[in-house]
Design a protein around this ligand. Structure first.
Ligand SMILES: Cc1ncc(COP(=O)(O)O)c(C=O)c1O
Length: 396
Protein backbone atom coordinates (compact mmCIF):
# COMPACT_ATOMS: atom_id res chain seq x y z
CA UNK A 1 0.00 0.00 0.00
CA UNK A 2 1.11 3.56 -0.65
CA UNK A 3 0.16 6.49 1.56
CA UNK A 4 -2.74 8.68 0.39
CA UNK A 5 -1.44 11.77 -1.47
CA UNK A 6 -1.43 15.02 0.50
CA UNK A 7 -3.11 16.93 -2.35
CA UNK A 8 -5.79 15.66 -4.73
CA UNK A 9 -4.65 14.50 -8.17
CA UNK A 10 -6.10 17.31 -10.27
CA UNK A 11 -3.29 18.97 -12.21
CA UNK A 12 -2.58 17.71 -15.76
CA UNK A 13 0.93 16.59 -14.79
CA UNK A 14 -0.19 14.77 -11.64
CA UNK A 15 -2.99 12.95 -13.50
CA UNK A 16 -0.62 11.97 -16.32
CA UNK A 17 1.98 10.69 -13.84
CA UNK A 18 -0.47 8.49 -11.93
CA UNK A 19 -1.90 7.02 -15.13
CA UNK A 20 1.57 6.44 -16.55
CA UNK A 21 2.67 4.63 -13.38
CA UNK A 22 -0.45 2.56 -12.72
CA UNK A 23 -2.29 1.76 -15.96
CA UNK A 24 -1.20 -0.90 -18.40
CA UNK A 25 0.56 0.98 -21.21
CA UNK A 26 -2.08 0.16 -23.82
CA UNK A 27 -3.04 3.56 -25.20
CA UNK A 28 -1.11 6.26 -27.06
CA UNK A 29 -1.91 9.16 -24.74
CA UNK A 30 -3.16 12.46 -26.13
CA UNK A 31 -1.65 14.68 -23.48
CA UNK A 32 -4.97 15.87 -22.11
CA UNK A 33 -7.02 14.89 -19.05
CA UNK A 34 -10.76 15.48 -19.33
CA UNK A 35 -12.56 16.50 -16.17
CA UNK A 36 -15.99 17.77 -17.20
CA UNK A 37 -18.38 17.94 -20.11
CA UNK A 38 -21.30 20.14 -21.07
CA UNK A 39 -23.29 19.78 -24.27
CA UNK A 40 -20.93 19.71 -27.25
CA UNK A 41 -17.87 20.60 -25.17
CA UNK A 42 -15.35 18.89 -22.93
CA UNK A 43 -13.20 20.64 -20.33
CA UNK A 44 -9.59 19.70 -19.60
CA UNK A 45 -7.62 19.69 -16.37
CA UNK A 46 -5.61 22.36 -18.23
CA UNK A 47 -8.61 24.70 -17.77
CA UNK A 48 -9.35 24.80 -21.50
CA UNK A 49 -12.58 24.07 -23.36
CA UNK A 50 -12.56 21.57 -26.25
CA UNK A 51 -15.13 21.01 -29.00
CA UNK A 52 -16.00 17.31 -28.96
CA UNK A 53 -15.93 16.00 -32.54
CA UNK A 54 -15.38 12.37 -31.46
CA UNK A 55 -18.00 11.57 -28.75
CA UNK A 56 -15.59 9.06 -27.17
CA UNK A 57 -15.36 7.01 -30.39
CA UNK A 58 -19.03 7.49 -31.21
CA UNK A 59 -20.60 7.14 -27.78
CA UNK A 60 -21.91 10.52 -26.56
CA UNK A 61 -24.68 11.10 -29.12
CA UNK A 62 -26.49 13.46 -26.74
CA UNK A 63 -23.33 15.32 -25.83
CA UNK A 64 -22.27 15.66 -22.21
CA UNK A 65 -24.17 16.15 -18.95
CA UNK A 66 -27.53 16.43 -20.70
CA UNK A 67 -29.93 17.47 -17.90
CA UNK A 68 -32.72 15.04 -18.88
CA UNK A 69 -30.26 12.14 -19.18
CA UNK A 70 -28.52 13.05 -15.90
CA UNK A 71 -31.83 13.36 -14.03
CA UNK A 72 -33.00 9.93 -15.22
CA UNK A 73 -29.73 8.29 -14.13
CA UNK A 74 -29.77 10.08 -10.77
CA UNK A 75 -33.33 8.89 -10.21
CA UNK A 76 -32.39 5.32 -11.11
CA UNK A 77 -29.28 5.44 -8.89
CA UNK A 78 -31.51 6.36 -6.00
CA UNK A 79 -33.99 3.61 -6.86
CA UNK A 80 -32.18 0.42 -7.99
CA UNK A 81 -28.86 0.01 -9.75
CA UNK A 82 -28.17 -3.69 -9.96
CA UNK A 83 -30.30 -6.76 -10.50
CA UNK A 84 -29.69 -10.08 -12.20
CA UNK A 85 -31.60 -11.13 -15.33
CA UNK A 86 -32.99 -14.15 -13.51
CA UNK A 87 -35.25 -11.53 -11.89
CA UNK A 88 -37.59 -9.29 -13.84
CA UNK A 89 -37.07 -5.52 -13.91
CA UNK A 90 -39.55 -2.77 -14.71
CA UNK A 91 -36.91 -0.60 -16.42
CA UNK A 92 -35.53 -3.54 -18.41
CA UNK A 93 -39.05 -4.34 -19.63
CA UNK A 94 -39.55 -0.70 -20.66
CA UNK A 95 -36.23 -0.73 -22.51
CA UNK A 96 -37.14 -3.96 -24.31
CA UNK A 97 -40.39 -2.30 -25.45
CA UNK A 98 -38.45 0.75 -26.68
CA UNK A 99 -35.99 -1.50 -28.54
CA UNK A 100 -38.87 -3.44 -30.08
CA UNK A 101 -40.23 -0.16 -31.50
CA UNK A 102 -37.00 0.56 -33.39
CA UNK A 103 -35.91 -3.02 -34.20
CA UNK A 104 -36.12 -4.08 -37.85
CA UNK A 105 -39.04 -6.39 -38.54
CA UNK A 106 -38.44 -9.90 -37.25
CA UNK A 107 -35.67 -9.00 -34.78
CA UNK A 108 -37.78 -9.55 -31.70
CA UNK A 109 -35.27 -11.01 -29.22
CA UNK A 110 -32.61 -9.15 -27.23
CA UNK A 111 -29.50 -10.13 -25.31
CA UNK A 112 -28.23 -7.34 -23.06
CA UNK A 113 -24.55 -7.06 -22.19
CA UNK A 114 -22.02 -4.32 -21.39
CA UNK A 115 -19.93 -3.39 -24.43
CA UNK A 116 -19.54 -3.62 -28.18
CA UNK A 117 -17.20 -6.60 -28.03
CA UNK A 118 -19.64 -8.44 -25.78
CA UNK A 119 -22.50 -7.72 -28.18
CA UNK A 120 -20.37 -9.18 -31.01
CA UNK A 121 -19.24 -12.13 -28.90
CA UNK A 122 -22.91 -12.96 -28.26
CA UNK A 123 -23.75 -12.61 -31.95
CA UNK A 124 -20.98 -15.03 -32.92
CA UNK A 125 -21.99 -17.52 -30.24
CA UNK A 126 -25.63 -17.32 -31.36
CA UNK A 127 -24.53 -18.13 -34.92
CA UNK A 128 -22.55 -21.15 -33.69
CA UNK A 129 -25.48 -22.33 -31.56
CA UNK A 130 -28.12 -21.77 -34.23
CA UNK A 131 -26.23 -23.45 -37.08
CA UNK A 132 -23.88 -25.89 -35.32
CA UNK A 133 -21.24 -24.78 -37.86
CA UNK A 134 -17.66 -23.57 -37.29
CA UNK A 135 -16.86 -21.01 -40.01
CA UNK A 136 -17.36 -17.24 -39.90
CA UNK A 137 -16.85 -14.89 -42.83
CA UNK A 138 -15.74 -11.33 -42.13
CA UNK A 139 -14.10 -8.58 -44.19
CA UNK A 140 -10.71 -7.01 -44.62
CA UNK A 141 -10.19 -3.86 -42.54
CA UNK A 142 -13.15 -4.85 -40.32
CA UNK A 143 -13.03 -4.00 -36.62
CA UNK A 144 -15.28 -5.99 -34.28
CA UNK A 145 -13.56 -5.65 -30.88
CA UNK A 146 -10.81 -7.17 -28.75
CA UNK A 147 -12.29 -10.13 -26.88
CA UNK A 148 -11.03 -13.36 -28.43
CA UNK A 149 -14.08 -14.11 -30.61
CA UNK A 150 -14.53 -10.49 -31.73
CA UNK A 151 -10.76 -10.30 -32.30
CA UNK A 152 -10.89 -13.35 -34.56
CA UNK A 153 -13.43 -11.46 -36.70
CA UNK A 154 -11.30 -8.28 -36.63
CA UNK A 155 -8.98 -8.10 -39.63
CA UNK A 156 -5.92 -6.04 -38.69
CA UNK A 157 -2.86 -8.27 -37.99
CA UNK A 158 -1.63 -5.57 -35.59
CA UNK A 159 -4.41 -6.55 -33.18
CA UNK A 160 -4.55 -10.28 -34.00
CA UNK A 161 -0.99 -11.49 -34.40
CA UNK A 162 0.07 -11.64 -30.71
CA UNK A 163 -2.95 -13.81 -29.88
CA UNK A 164 -2.92 -16.32 -32.72
CA UNK A 165 -4.02 -19.03 -33.05
CA UNK A 166 -7.47 -17.62 -32.35
CA UNK A 167 -10.14 -20.19 -31.52
CA UNK A 168 -12.69 -19.09 -34.09
CA UNK A 169 -12.22 -19.99 -37.75
CA UNK A 170 -12.68 -16.71 -39.68
CA UNK A 171 -12.10 -15.99 -43.37
CA UNK A 172 -11.54 -12.32 -44.31
CA UNK A 173 -12.72 -11.21 -47.76
CA UNK A 174 -12.37 -7.92 -49.65
CA UNK A 175 -15.17 -5.53 -48.65
CA UNK A 176 -16.20 -4.87 -52.25
CA UNK A 177 -16.04 -8.32 -53.82
CA UNK A 178 -19.52 -9.81 -53.98
CA UNK A 179 -18.26 -12.68 -56.16
CA UNK A 180 -15.72 -13.77 -53.53
CA UNK A 181 -18.49 -13.69 -50.95
CA UNK A 182 -20.79 -15.94 -52.95
CA UNK A 183 -17.92 -18.39 -53.43
CA UNK A 184 -16.98 -18.38 -49.73
CA UNK A 185 -20.40 -18.92 -48.10
CA UNK A 186 -20.95 -22.69 -47.89
CA UNK A 187 -22.67 -25.32 -45.79
CA UNK A 188 -19.97 -24.97 -43.10
CA UNK A 189 -20.62 -21.24 -42.69
CA UNK A 190 -22.24 -20.15 -39.44
CA UNK A 191 -22.33 -16.44 -40.24
CA UNK A 192 -21.22 -13.52 -42.34
CA UNK A 193 -20.42 -10.56 -40.10
CA UNK A 194 -20.05 -7.03 -41.47
CA UNK A 195 -20.16 -3.39 -40.50
CA UNK A 196 -22.77 -1.58 -42.66
CA UNK A 197 -20.34 1.34 -42.42
CA UNK A 198 -16.76 0.29 -41.64
CA UNK A 199 -15.76 2.69 -38.87
CA UNK A 200 -12.18 2.07 -37.77
CA UNK A 201 -11.26 1.51 -41.43
CA UNK A 202 -12.14 5.15 -42.18
CA UNK A 203 -15.95 5.40 -42.68
CA UNK A 204 -16.51 3.13 -45.68
CA UNK A 205 -20.19 2.24 -46.26
CA UNK A 206 -20.81 -1.29 -47.57
CA UNK A 207 -22.27 -1.19 -51.07
CA UNK A 208 -25.94 -2.14 -51.39
CA UNK A 209 -24.80 -4.85 -53.81
CA UNK A 210 -22.51 -6.46 -51.21
CA UNK A 211 -25.25 -6.33 -48.57
CA UNK A 212 -27.80 -7.90 -50.91
CA UNK A 213 -25.40 -10.67 -51.91
CA UNK A 214 -24.51 -11.28 -48.25
CA UNK A 215 -28.22 -11.63 -47.49
CA UNK A 216 -28.95 -13.95 -50.42
CA UNK A 217 -25.88 -16.15 -49.94
CA UNK A 218 -26.39 -16.63 -46.19
CA UNK A 219 -30.09 -17.36 -46.64
CA UNK A 220 -29.38 -19.89 -49.40
CA UNK A 221 -26.82 -21.73 -47.24
CA UNK A 222 -28.67 -21.54 -43.91
CA UNK A 223 -26.07 -19.18 -42.38
CA UNK A 224 -26.77 -15.99 -40.41
CA UNK A 225 -26.08 -12.42 -41.48
CA UNK A 226 -24.74 -10.37 -38.56
CA UNK A 227 -24.71 -6.57 -38.79
CA UNK A 228 -22.14 -4.94 -36.51
CA UNK A 229 -23.80 -1.61 -35.73
CA UNK A 230 -21.65 -0.94 -32.69
CA UNK A 231 -20.30 2.27 -34.26
CA UNK A 232 -22.86 2.97 -36.99
CA UNK A 233 -25.95 2.52 -34.79
CA UNK A 234 -28.00 5.69 -34.08
CA UNK A 235 -25.81 8.18 -35.97
CA UNK A 236 -26.48 7.78 -39.70
CA UNK A 237 -30.02 9.21 -39.88
CA UNK A 238 -31.86 6.19 -38.42
CA UNK A 239 -31.35 3.76 -35.56
CA UNK A 240 -29.65 1.30 -37.96
CA UNK A 241 -27.33 2.07 -40.87
CA UNK A 242 -28.46 -1.23 -42.47
CA UNK A 243 -31.99 0.14 -42.95
CA UNK A 244 -30.90 2.39 -45.83
CA UNK A 245 -30.06 -0.68 -47.94
CA UNK A 246 -33.36 -2.46 -47.28
CA UNK A 247 -31.39 -5.59 -46.30
CA UNK A 248 -32.61 -7.28 -43.09
CA UNK A 249 -29.92 -9.09 -41.05
CA UNK A 250 -30.57 -12.04 -38.69
CA UNK A 251 -28.55 -10.40 -35.91
CA UNK A 252 -27.74 -6.78 -35.05
CA UNK A 253 -25.02 -6.00 -32.51
CA UNK A 254 -24.85 -2.51 -31.07
CA UNK A 255 -23.40 -0.65 -28.07
CA UNK A 256 -21.58 2.73 -27.97
CA UNK A 257 -24.38 5.31 -28.54
CA UNK A 258 -27.22 3.17 -27.20
CA UNK A 259 -26.91 4.50 -23.63
CA UNK A 260 -24.97 7.70 -24.45
CA UNK A 261 -21.96 6.64 -22.38
CA UNK A 262 -23.29 4.25 -19.82
CA UNK A 263 -21.76 0.84 -20.69
CA UNK A 264 -24.22 -1.42 -22.49
CA UNK A 265 -24.27 -3.93 -25.34
CA UNK A 266 -27.26 -5.21 -27.26
CA UNK A 267 -27.52 -8.26 -29.53
CA UNK A 268 -30.83 -8.44 -31.36
CA UNK A 269 -32.02 -11.52 -33.19
CA UNK A 270 -34.97 -13.49 -34.55
CA UNK A 271 -37.45 -15.92 -33.01
CA UNK A 272 -35.88 -18.70 -35.11
CA UNK A 273 -32.41 -18.11 -33.62
CA UNK A 274 -33.86 -17.64 -30.14
CA UNK A 275 -35.58 -21.01 -30.42
CA UNK A 276 -32.17 -22.74 -30.64
CA UNK A 277 -30.91 -21.28 -27.33
CA UNK A 278 -30.72 -23.39 -24.18
CA UNK A 279 -30.88 -21.65 -20.76
CA UNK A 280 -27.35 -21.12 -19.43
CA UNK A 281 -25.60 -21.23 -22.81
CA UNK A 282 -24.61 -17.56 -22.46
CA UNK A 283 -24.96 -14.87 -19.80
CA UNK A 284 -23.64 -11.77 -18.02
CA UNK A 285 -23.80 -10.60 -14.39
CA UNK A 286 -24.02 -6.91 -15.26
CA UNK A 287 -26.00 -7.32 -18.50
CA UNK A 288 -29.50 -5.80 -18.38
CA UNK A 289 -28.93 -4.06 -15.03
CA UNK A 290 -31.55 -1.41 -14.18
CA UNK A 291 -29.11 1.52 -14.34
CA UNK A 292 -27.82 0.63 -17.82
CA UNK A 293 -31.38 -0.06 -18.98
CA UNK A 294 -32.55 3.33 -17.70
CA UNK A 295 -29.62 5.04 -19.45
CA UNK A 296 -30.50 3.36 -22.74
CA UNK A 297 -34.21 4.00 -22.29
CA UNK A 298 -33.79 7.73 -21.73
CA UNK A 299 -31.25 7.94 -24.59
CA UNK A 300 -33.70 6.32 -27.04
CA UNK A 301 -36.50 8.60 -25.79
CA UNK A 302 -34.38 11.73 -26.27
CA UNK A 303 -33.10 10.66 -29.72
CA UNK A 304 -36.74 10.33 -30.77
CA UNK A 305 -38.29 13.32 -28.99
CA UNK A 306 -35.61 15.78 -30.18
CA UNK A 307 -35.68 14.50 -33.76
CA UNK A 308 -31.96 13.64 -33.60
CA UNK A 309 -32.00 10.87 -36.21
CA UNK A 310 -33.18 13.19 -38.99
CA UNK A 311 -30.91 15.91 -37.68
CA UNK A 312 -27.86 13.60 -37.90
CA UNK A 313 -28.58 12.89 -41.57
CA UNK A 314 -29.06 16.56 -42.47
CA UNK A 315 -26.23 17.93 -40.39
CA UNK A 316 -23.76 15.27 -41.54
CA UNK A 317 -24.49 15.95 -45.21
CA UNK A 318 -24.00 19.70 -44.68
CA UNK A 319 -20.73 19.10 -42.82
CA UNK A 320 -19.34 16.97 -45.66
CA UNK A 321 -20.23 19.73 -48.15
CA UNK A 322 -18.58 22.36 -45.99
CA UNK A 323 -15.42 20.26 -45.51
CA UNK A 324 -15.19 19.71 -49.28
CA UNK A 325 -15.66 23.47 -49.64
CA UNK A 326 -12.42 24.06 -47.72
CA UNK A 327 -10.65 22.94 -50.91
CA UNK A 328 -7.66 22.01 -48.79
CA UNK A 329 -4.61 20.85 -50.76
CA UNK A 330 -4.05 18.29 -48.00
CA UNK A 331 -7.46 16.58 -48.36
CA UNK A 332 -7.77 13.70 -50.83
CA UNK A 333 -11.41 12.65 -50.27
CA UNK A 334 -14.34 13.14 -47.88
CA UNK A 335 -16.94 10.44 -47.08
CA UNK A 336 -19.93 10.59 -44.78
CA UNK A 337 -23.02 8.78 -43.55
CA UNK A 338 -24.86 11.10 -41.17
CA UNK A 339 -22.59 11.96 -38.28
CA UNK A 340 -19.86 9.51 -39.33
CA UNK A 341 -17.34 11.35 -41.46
CA UNK A 342 -13.99 10.19 -42.87
CA UNK A 343 -11.53 12.65 -44.40
CA UNK A 344 -8.63 11.05 -46.27
CA UNK A 345 -5.48 13.16 -46.10
CA UNK A 346 -2.50 13.20 -48.42
CA UNK A 347 -0.24 13.03 -45.38
CA UNK A 348 -0.21 11.30 -41.99
CA UNK A 349 -3.10 12.28 -39.76
CA UNK A 350 -1.27 12.68 -36.42
CA UNK A 351 -0.03 16.28 -36.96
CA UNK A 352 -3.56 17.30 -38.03
CA UNK A 353 -5.05 15.75 -34.89
CA UNK A 354 -2.48 17.54 -32.75
CA UNK A 355 -3.09 20.83 -34.56
CA UNK A 356 -6.83 20.52 -34.02
CA UNK A 357 -6.35 19.68 -30.34
CA UNK A 358 -4.10 22.75 -29.91
CA UNK A 359 -6.94 24.80 -31.41
CA UNK A 360 -9.48 23.24 -29.02
CA UNK A 361 -11.02 20.51 -31.24
CA UNK A 362 -10.91 16.79 -30.41
CA UNK A 363 -11.17 14.48 -33.44
CA UNK A 364 -10.10 10.91 -34.23
CA UNK A 365 -7.83 9.05 -36.60
CA UNK A 366 -8.84 6.01 -38.66
CA UNK A 367 -5.65 4.29 -39.76
CA UNK A 368 -2.65 6.52 -40.54
CA UNK A 369 -4.13 8.78 -43.20
CA UNK A 370 -7.79 9.38 -42.33
CA UNK A 371 -9.25 11.99 -40.02
CA UNK A 372 -12.49 10.69 -38.49
CA UNK A 373 -15.33 12.76 -37.05
CA UNK A 374 -18.04 11.21 -34.86
CA UNK A 375 -19.64 14.32 -33.32
CA UNK A 376 -22.52 14.34 -30.84
CA UNK A 377 -25.83 14.62 -32.73
CA UNK A 378 -26.71 17.83 -30.87
CA UNK A 379 -24.24 20.02 -32.76
CA UNK A 380 -25.51 23.44 -33.90
CA UNK A 381 -24.11 25.67 -36.66
CA UNK A 382 -21.79 27.32 -34.10
CA UNK A 383 -20.00 24.01 -33.56
CA UNK A 384 -19.74 23.36 -37.31
CA UNK A 385 -18.27 26.87 -37.73
CA UNK A 386 -15.70 26.22 -34.98
CA UNK A 387 -14.68 22.91 -36.55
CA UNK A 388 -14.35 24.42 -40.02
CA UNK A 389 -12.29 27.35 -38.73
CA UNK A 390 -9.87 25.01 -36.94
CA UNK A 391 -9.69 22.65 -39.93
CA UNK A 392 -9.08 25.57 -42.26
CA UNK A 393 -6.16 26.71 -40.09
CA UNK A 394 -4.63 23.24 -39.75
CA UNK A 395 -5.24 21.97 -43.28
CA UNK A 396 -5.23 25.26 -45.21
C1 LIG B 1 -17.72 -1.65 -35.40
C2 LIG B 1 -17.26 -1.96 -34.01
N1 LIG B 1 -17.51 -3.17 -33.48
C3 LIG B 1 -17.13 -3.48 -32.23
C4 LIG B 1 -16.43 -2.59 -31.44
C5 LIG B 1 -16.00 -2.97 -30.05
O1 LIG B 1 -16.70 -2.22 -29.10
P1 LIG B 1 -16.13 -2.03 -27.62
O2 LIG B 1 -14.91 -1.19 -27.70
O3 LIG B 1 -17.27 -1.38 -26.87
O4 LIG B 1 -15.85 -3.40 -27.10
C6 LIG B 1 -16.13 -1.33 -31.96
C7 LIG B 1 -15.36 -0.35 -31.16
O5 LIG B 1 -14.81 0.60 -31.66
C8 LIG B 1 -16.55 -1.00 -33.28
O6 LIG B 1 -16.29 0.20 -33.82
Amino acid sequence: MTAAPATPTTTPDAIAAVERDHLLPLYAKRDLALVRGEGAYLYGADGRRYLDAMSNYGVAVLGHADPEYAAALADQLATLTTGHQSFGSDVRAQLLEAIARIAPEGLTRSFLSNSGAEAIEAGLKLARLATGRPKVIAFKRAYHGRTLGALAATADPKYRAPFEPLGLKVVHLPFDDAGALVAAVDDQTAAVILEPVQGEAGIYPASDALLRVAREATRAQGALLIADEVQSGFRTGAPWAMSASGVAPDVICTAKALANGFPIGLTLTTEAVSATIQPGSHGSTFGGNPLACRAALVTLQILESRGLYARAARFGTDLVTRIEGLRSPKIRAVRGRGMMIGIDLKERVTPTLKGLQQRGVLALPAGNLTLRLLPPLIWEETQADELLTAMGQVLG
